[in-house]
Design a protein around this ligand. Structure first.
Ligand SMILES: [Zn+2]
Length: 221
């Protein structure tokens, strides 16, 4: 049986990275936390995994979530209802994740990637940029300044098709633009069309991301 140990580390101030040994473990543990935060259908609603799976399969033709998703990003406030008992029952994996962060000072941000992903380094930059966007006000404001007046129409269209919530389009577009050019072009965009904005976003990332020297905790999920 594959390992179920997740490596948890505070990688930057109040940003916690969870590294999962398999994509299955990552998705099955985090899917409801993620979709409660950002699904166009289930954001801020109480739902079961079955309801989510049915909705996804209807929208995309099948339940391909575990192949479609490479990383996760969850702000602490979207766990409140899970801690409050609104999601009843919780899965065992959800309970374990909630236990880990029970005493963590808010606000914090959880990002997750899997060592089984072929693009993990890129996944991590994408998710880290979501974390900084939430945690670091200066970073956040600079992203908005950089993207103001940029033509993001094609990216927004793509995000809509992929089932992202409109509320998060700007954050999501910026995280996509932060990706390496190879990963960025999987979405049929050409990195060269966005060269200057990508460079500005990279510079902003480099000047705000301060890695923390903290211990890695291994937790069995
Ligand atoms: Zn994202």
């Amino acid at each position: 049986m594959a390992s179920r140990k997740v490596a948890i580390k505070e990688v930057s101030d109040s940003i916690f990275h969870l590294e999962f040994p398999t994509i299955h473990l990552m998705c099955s543990a985090l899917i409801r936390f993620q979709e409660y935060y950002e699904c166009p259908k289930f954001k801020n609603k109480i739902f079961t995994l079955e309801e989510y799976m049915d909705w996804y399969a209807e929208k995309f033709g099948d339940f391909t979530y575990f192949q479609d998703v490479a990383g996760f990003n969850i702000p602490s406030y979207s766990l409140n209802e899970f801690y409050g008992g609104d999601f009843d029952p919780l899965t065992n994996k959800e309970k374990k994740i909630l236990q880990v962060f029970e005493k963590t000072k808010k606000p914090y941000y959880i990002i997750a990637t899997s060592s089984a992903s072929a693009t993990q380094e890129n996944d991590l930059i994408h998710e880290m940029s979501h974390g900084l966007y939430y945690i670091n006000e200066e970073y956040h404001n600079r992203v908005k300044e950089i993207l103001k007046g940029q033509d993001l129409g094609d990216i927004y269209k793509w995000l809509g098709k992929k089932g992202y919530n409109k509320v998060h389009f700007l954050d999501e577009a910026h995280a996509l633009l932060m990706e390496d050019s190879r990963s960025f072009s999987r979405s049929n965009f050409r990195a060269s069309d966005y060269r200057s904005v990508r460079r500005l976003l990279r510079n902003n990332y480099d000047s705000h991301y301060v890695p923390l020297r903290s211990k890695t905790k291994k937790v069995k999920i």
